[in-house]
Design a protein around this ligand. Sequence first.
Ligand code: PLP
Length: 399
Amino acid sequence: MSALYGTYARSDLAFERGEGVRLYDQQGREYLDFHSGIAVNALGHADPHLVSTLKAAADKIWHTSNVFTIPEQERLGQRLVDLTFADRVFFTNSGAEAIECAIKTARHYFFAKGEPDRYEIIAFTGSFHGRTLGTIAAGGNPSYLEGFGPPMPGFKHTKPGDLEAVKALIGPQTCGILIEPVQGEGGVTAMSVEFMQGLRKLCDEHGLVLILDEVQCGFGRTGRFFAHEWADITPDIVAVAKAIGGGFPLGACLATEEVAASMVPGTHGSTYGGNPLACTVGNAVLDRITAPGFLDHVNQMGQRLGWHLQQLAQKYPDYVLEMRGKGLLAGIKIAPPVRDFVARLRDDHQLLAIGAGDNVLRLIPPLIITEADIEEAMSKLGAAFDAIEAETASTAAAS
Ligand SMILES: Cc1ncc(COP(=O)(O)O)c(C=O)c1O
């Protein structure tokens, strides 16, 4: 029996190395990676720029402390500020910590304005914000809350897409609205432009802060640097993680000067957050994502993936029920149970994908994929549906 906590339903498969969009197991068998360590490996595996940068940094300095100036952290923070709506950045090690910082920033903004009772955040059903006590309360998923005592107060939930329902929840204690522009774990649901713009308008009308969780959908995954750019809106706070480190644990909370101004010494902190090694890698990831043509490529591949999935849906209408997502955060709602289907793809067809809520198969390849990789994935998906069809036919014939 493993010595580890039994918190993950792990497969026995263990990988030894990776290269680009391919992973190789301990027997040398090749897998096509449409999973990306859950949207982390944006540049695939063993990207030469990331590897050489990390190796060089390892010879110099690994960790100091946030009580000293960390030049690579300053540089990454400034680059993110120059690129986005943000004026201030706090670095973390994970997505949940980035969301925690976002929640604390929003609440403290009102506290500092003399409105300490305004701490409530409106969030959405089907969302996922992490596994800390604060972020499971923000997500509101009963199965993640069960057994861990009373949920942290201060969150109200409603269905995404219904602006009137959001408006009805706004009260004197509301401080902000928290949403994933594309829900990942919940079922790969992209919010409409109208809904995102409506939320911005509601925040403006009621003096609330708009907090976006771009941990999964940000950093280029949808074909823009941030997914909210498709709606042409300016948020107040954005949480990012996953792709920002390309596989090195790193996250960040980005905010405007106005909301972040009260986060002074003593209000927040992290031992590791933004350490020299993490930020050196973060800068290398940013070099690649901001290189001319990179996001155009993601955009193009997102469109090609959408087109190929449509073809697949036409060929297998009994299996592919609905298309979901945006760019290279794509999903198909399928008829066969998604957990079994993910295992079948992995074990019989060497395609790595991942399930999401509502029986959706999530396809989140590295952003460097080519159309040939997409075609290969489609042929593996087709072969998996064919195999199910053949098994169903032979069971029917036998009975
Ligand atoms: C949208 C979103 N927010 C937050 C998180 C939590 O990130 P982490 O697991 O790095 O804490 C995740 C993780 O999957 C996520 O998808």
